[in-house]
Design a protein around this ligand. Structure first.
Ligand SMILES: [Zn+2]
Length: 80
């Protein structure tokens, strides 16, 4: 049996699940495996980019989608 395990590059704690992060800077690329604690600076970047949950700033709905939704509701009503 072969078990592959990704450990954090910083603490190398086998009990912690590590994720791989890619870093790109000025044409250079590097990868680092980090546990939740040591990935905090990276996760903070992702969190800053993501829209806040529960508050959607941009919601794009086309007229076709609205009409399709109305049609679906109408057909559901007639079937029941
Ligand atoms: Zn760590």
């Amino acid at each position: 049996m072969k078990v592959s395990l990704t450990v954090c590059d910083v603490c190398q704690d086998r009990r912690r699940e590590a994720k791989t992060y890619g870093v790109v800077s000025e044409g250079r690329t590097a990868e680092t495996d980090r546990c939740a604690e040591h990935a905090a600076p990276f996760e903070a970047l992702f969190a800053a980019k993501e829209p806040r949950s529960g508050r959607r700033r941009y919601q794009v709905t086309t007229m076709e989608e609205i009409e399709a939704r109305k049609a679906n509701q109408a057909s559901a009503r007639t079937q029941s």
